[in-house]
Ligand binder design. Structure first.
Ligand SMILES: [Zn+2]
Length: 215
């Protein structure tokens, strides 16, 4: 089994699988023997996960008429010789013929993602009685959000592919870290107080991650 090993100040060994393959996060003091023992123990889980990413059909290159998921519903990409800039029209995104579809798509998505995610963060921070933290966007594919010790929140613009409830779960999760900087039962009770269906949302995000478009 091939894997990428990342040593850090974490306290336990963690495994994660995504489009890049298997990654192992390990504390500085963990030995290779410890790591291989853990891989052996979770071999089936790892192989199942790797298979799920590999079974995924290669994403077709974007073309005029391609669709992409946006807030859980498909949006059609249309090349338009007359447009000078990207333009949203309900479930269609018109893009100028002078840009590559990929460039046009990212140019359209990122500012929308920032506005949307900022608004959700404001709503949930107020509901949770928290001061509004600074928001940064990332492009992460499986680490949907993170919160650092400075109280800054990072959210992946790729979240915009999911339905609104899943996005809200990630927002609530990261805001809850401003109260509890860990994943202790106390942390989950903060999440649950504001988002009772967090378990379903967490499972859905894991299931949907391999199906997201790659760009
Ligand atoms: Zn967390």
């Amino acid at each position: 089994m091939d894997y990428v090993l990342c040593r850090s100040r974490r306290r336990t060994i963690g495994l994660s699988v995504d489009h890049r393959g298997l990654r192992v996060g390990a504390p500085q003091r963990a030995t290779l023997k410890d790591i291989e023992a853990l891989l052996h123990k979770h071999g089936k889980w790892v192989l199942d996960k790797l298979a799920r990413w590999q079974d995924k059909p290669a994403t077709a290159p974007l073309q005029d008429g391609s669709t992409f998921p946006w807030l859980g519903a498909p949006v059609t990409l249309r090349q338009d010789a007359l447009s000078k800039r990207v333009c949203w029209q309900e479930q269609t995104l018109k893009v100028p013929a002078t840009l590559s579809l990929e460039t046009a798509l990212l140019r359209a998505i990122k500012p929308k993602a920032r506005t949307y995610l900022q608004a959700r963060l404001e709503i949930w921070a107020a509901r949770m009685g928290l001061p509004l933290p600074p928001l940064f966007l990332s492009s992460a594919r499986t680490r949907w959000g993170s919160c650092n010790s400075k109280g800054e929140i990072r959210l992946s613009w790729r979240l915009m592919h999911f339905e609104p409830a899943l996005i809200d779960y990630v927002v609530v999760h990261e805001l809850a870290h401003l109260k509890e900087m860990n994943h202790s039962p106390r942390f989950w009770s903060v999440v649950e107080a504001h988002f009772p269906d967090w378990r379903q949302a967490r499972t859905a995000l894991r299931r949907l991650a391999p199906e997201l478009p790659v760009y």
